[in-house]
Write a protein that binds this ligand. Structure first.
Ligand SMILES: [Zn+2]
Length: 211
């Protein structure tokens, strides 16, 4: 905690504390009653804000794969008021962007499908990416197409390796994104539709392979 960390986005020194909550056990990682007398591991919960790009971040004290496991306990749909907000959001954004069956909505960290389910109701194709298998299974039961994975190069590499279409990953405003570059004047609307279909198909294949 005495070393000076750097921003994971832009590399600038992180010197400004947003809030320091000391040491904390992992959230949503409950302890069985048989272990109630054993002190659980605690990790620094110290949020800093970058003075250069304003990204708020905590230290990487625990590997993501240990946090988002097959027993992740947080299901977003537990909250009725949150679901009501999500439904209202989908109504608003679908209208504002004129979303239809020709579009694709991708959500990173899509949890149990709490948000994407409302796009599905409207007939708008979706792809959720959620690393916690038990939570993703709840989404799949709702008919929300979900890939059990961390959002990474993997999806883009799978698409490229199959050779049916080409995508390249990029970072946009600090966020990882799939990138499509169209420079061939012969590209038609059908080619774009094909690309979206391929993304959906790989998501379905991942769904099938993970059960
Ligand atoms: Zn930064």
């Amino acid at each position: 905690m005495t070393k000076s960390p750097t921003c994971r986005h832009c590399g600038a020194p992180l010197t400004r504390t947003l809030v320091d909550l000391g040491l904390s056990p992992l959230a949503n990682s409950y302890v069985g009653i048989e272990h109630r007398d054993i002190d659980c591991p605690r990790y620094p919960l110290h949020a800093r804000v970058c003075d250069t790009c304003f990204l708020v971040q905590i230290e990487d004290a625990v590997p993501a794969s240990e946090i988002f496991s097959t027993e992740y306990a947080y299901f977003s749909s537990y909250s009725d008021s949150w679901l009501a907000h999500c439904q209202a959001y989908v109504d608003e954004i679908s209208t504002r962007l004129s979303l239809s069956a020709d579009d694709l909505v991708i959500e990173i960290a899509s949890n149990d499908g709490y948000l994407l389910q409302y796009f599905v109701e409207r007939g708008i194709p979706v792809l959720g990416v959620e690393p916690s298998a038990n939570v993703a299974a709840a989404a799949q039961e709702k008919g929300v197409n979900t890939r059990v994975d961390f959002f990474s190069n993997a999806l883009a590499e799978t698409l490229v390796a199959e050779g049916r279409c080409y995508m390249s990953p990029t970072t946009l405003d600090g966020r990882y994104a799939l990138r499509v570059c169209i420079i061939n004047f012969r590209t038609q609307r059908e080619d774009i539709d094909f690309l979206v279909d391929e993304v959906l198909r790989i998501g379905r294949d991942a769904e099938g392979s993970t059960g």
